[in-house]
Design a protein around this ligand. Structure first.
Ligand SMILES: Nc1ncnc2c1ncn2[C@@H]1O[C@H](COP(=O)(O)OP(=O)(O)O)[C@@H](O)[C@H]1O
Ligand SMILES: [Mg+2]
Length: 274
């Protein structure tokens, strides 16, 4: 094999290596609850995956274990294409967005978004451009000096997303980020997240219990089964056109939603779908 062939081979192999691999992960909480059992999932770079399932099926538990916020009871999480730190995590490469924006009320929008960079020891002056650029990507360039109390729920969530993106992570974990927002704001933020995903090439794992949201956003949907949580169906979602507000009223979207709903009902067994 020539050197160039060897390089090509390595590059092909690299591309095939997932960003993160969950292998047979189980989680038993101290009160004996078996939240996950034998959950395996490979996430490729650049994917937008939705983890979809009913409340209590272990979505948050799975996401927290991936983020290193809670250990697995058995099984493993691997980061085959990243350099990992002593805690087994790819340092600085993962960001988390929760349902609550959790902003510091005494800090401005700028100050809140600066926090993760401050923790990395970066001065405000050096961070300034990066923060303003990130605020622009979420449409908040003109609100840098505003305080959280002056913002709507949707704008607070945008700040939370900017704070997650400011460190330029490879992987964005989102745990039902829009569940508390009104429908119109939620749809607007869905479009913004899609645009961010398309323009940055970031990998997203998005937890939701909404069939409609997962079908609109994802290029792959993983439907989870409950008690204990594990993967029920894992299907790619290629659509012919752009995901935009028109897509919401298309026949294709309706068919995807129906397919995903059926899978969710199957996953839930005899329980009812809400
Ligand atoms: N810290 C905890 N201690 C005990 N049980 C927990 C804890 N966190 C979650 N659980 C239980 O684990 C299961 C999965 O929870 P969770 O991952 O939050 O589900 P989801 O995010 O899908 O709603 C649920 O039955 C929940 O009650
Ligand atoms: Mg949850």
């Amino acid at each position: 094999m020539t050197v160039s062939e060897a390089t090509k081979f390595t590059q092909t192999e690299m591309r095939k290596r997932p960003l993160v691999a969950m292998e047979q992960v189980s989680k038993v909480f101290s009160n004996g609850t078996l939240a996950l059992s034998g959950m395996s999932l490979n996430v490729e770079s650049g994917e937008f995956i939705s983890l979809l399932g009913p409340s209590g099926c272990g979505k948050s538990t799975a996401l927290r274990i991936i983020a290193g916020l809670g250990g697995a009871s058995s099984g493993r999480i691997d980061w085959p294409s990243s350099r990992i730190n002593a805690k087994g995590l790819p340092e600085g490469d993962i960001s988390f967005v929760f349902q609550e924006p959790t902003l510091l009320p005494w800090k401005t929008v700028f100050g809140n978004v600066y926090l993760p960079l401050k923790l990395q020891g970066i001065s405000k002056a050096v961070a300034h451009e990066q923060i303003m650029e990130t605020l622009a990507t979420v449409g908040l360039k003109d609100f840098a000096e505003a305080y959280p109390r002056e913002l709507s729920g949707g704008m607070k969530m945008r700040v939370s997303i900017a704070r997650a993106l400011v460190t330029r992570p490879k992987l964005l974990l989102m745990d039902e980020p829009f569940a508390a927002l009104d429908e119109i704001t939620r749809q607007k933020l869905n479009d913004d997240v899609l645009r961010l995903w398309q323009t940055t090439g970031i990998t997203v794992i998005f937890v939701t219990h909404s069939v409609y949201e997962s079908a609109y956003l994802s290029n792959r949907i993983v439907v989870m089964k409950a008690r204990p949580g594990r993967v029920h169906t894992d299907f790619p979602l290629e659509t012919s056109g752009e995901r935009d507000p028109l897509y919401r009223s298309s026949e294709e979207y309706r068919e995807v939603c129906e397919k995903v709903s059926r899978s969710l009902i199957e996953a839930m067994g005899r329980q009812e779908v809400h």
